[in-house]
Design a protein around this ligand. Structure first.
Ligand code: PLP
Length: 376
């Protein structure tokens, strides 16, 4: 059966070079990085070289990078530790965050009785920066702002630098879930006064089960996992050496190929928009496609709501992998919490699809998708 993978915001295929390197590490660098002997030292070396290589991509120092098992863990670590260790009294976030942030905040709000304010979201899927400034200036409470860089469902983009500066002016800490943008854009964290970002390797053609948190030098957080001295005691547990090496390699390759791949993927997205408009005159786009991130396209199909549940099934039968919202929700009948914030009560019931591209996609993939959507 033909296989078309258009769900790259959920996860991406691993690059062949990354698999080759990871296999070598699995075979040769099998030591425990905490062991003092040469086999352990080799593994430790591989971990530390990877840390330096990742830090270099962000223009930060290696000690500011903490490896984790996922971005979910990194988000949890940062937000929970901020409340406990930095004595945060208030969080400002948005209702369109990934559940790794949204649910963490909701739980912590109950546990620590902190105040939580949500910034208004515009119909484009962008947060209302004027409202954010108002929220920041109307309270003296010690505040953490947590706003994602690129929304994983609609691709709306936050101006990180602008928000970071507003947070600094208001003496608030700033955390951003940068999962969808790391590996797909460049960051100079000496230029952007942000305190925390997080990433997940499987979103940029690396392995699953590994991510990292950037924690700005000088911010003292305590661990949420206790045990050995790994990650400077901040995150105990034997390091997943092959995954860490694979993540560093995947990031390095993503950065090396960034300009070329971005151009290629942007063209694919443009082509998809043109074809959709041509074949479905009433198609709508969720978010402002002139501003959304280059690899994510969220469409509202002009089909009846009765067809909503069968679209994914139909596409699946044809070998096409797309999603309704984030991967964690796409099996659910509940409307997406992100679209709920930007669509009216009628449109939210209609079928929306998230199409997300990588450089492995072709124009042929898009044609096949359109052809099959026309059959619905
Ligand atoms: N944040 C965003 C924006 C995501 O898209 C995802 C993945 O779906 C996550 C966090 C969670 O990442 P991980 O799979 O590494 O836990």
């Amino acid at each position: 059966m033909k296989k078309v993978y258009l769900d790259n915001a959920a996860t991406t295929p691993i690059r062949a070079e990354v698999i080759t390197l990871m296999t070598k590490v699995l075979l040769e660098d099998y030591g425990n990085p905490s062991s003092a002997h040469f086999i352990g030292r080799n593994a430790k070396n591989a971990v530390e070289i990877s840390r330096k290589s990742i830090a270099k991509e962000f223009n930060v120092s290696a000690q500011e990078i903490i490896f984790t098992s996922s971005a979910t863990e990194a988000n949890n670590f940062v937000i929970q530790s901020c409340i406990r260790d930095l004595k945060i009294e208030r969080i400002i976030s948005s209702k369109i965050e990934h559940h790794a942030v949204l649910h963490t905040i909701q739980i912590l709000q109950k546990q620590y009785q902190i105040e939580v304010d949500y910034v208004n979201v515009l119909h484009t899927g962008n947060v209302d920066v004027v409202h954010l400034s108002e929220l920041l200036s109307n309270s003296k409470a010690k505040t953490l702002v947590s706003l994602m860089h690129v929304n994983n469902e609609i691709g709306s983009v936050l101006d990180l630098n602008r928000i970071a500066k507003i947070c600094k002016q208001n003496k608030a800490y700033f955390h951003s879930d940068t999962v969808q943008s790391v590996g797909k854009t460049t960051f100079d964290l000496q230029e952007i006064p942000i305190d925390f970002i997080v990433a997940s390797a499987h979103k940029f053609h690396g392995p699953k089960g590994v991510g990292f948190a950037f924690i700005r030098k000088g911010i003292a957080l305590n661990p949420i996992l206790f045990g050995g001295e790994q990650e400077k005691g901040m995150r105990a547990g034997t390091e997943c050496v092959h995954n860490i090496v694979g993540m560093a390699k995947a990031l390095e390759l993503s950065q090396e190929n960034l300009v070329e791949e971005k151009k290629y993927i942007s063209n694919l997205k443009e082509y998809t928009i043109t074809q959709l408009k041509l074949h479905f005159t009433d198609v709508k786009f969720n978010g402002d496609t002139s501003e959304t991130f280059f690899n994510i396209l969220n469409i509202l199909l002009p089909f009846s709501k009765e067809k909503t549940t069968m679209i994914l099934f139909h596409l699946d039968m044809k070998g096409i992998a797309v999603s309704r919202g984030s991967a964690c929700q796409s099996g659910s009948a509940k409307p997406s919490h992100v679209l709920f914030e930007i669509l009216n009560s009628e449109d939210i019931l209609k079928p929306s699809l998230r199409i997300s591209f990588s450089h492995y996609n072709t124009l042929d993939d898009v044609d096949y998708l359109i052809e099959n959507l026309k059959l619905i």
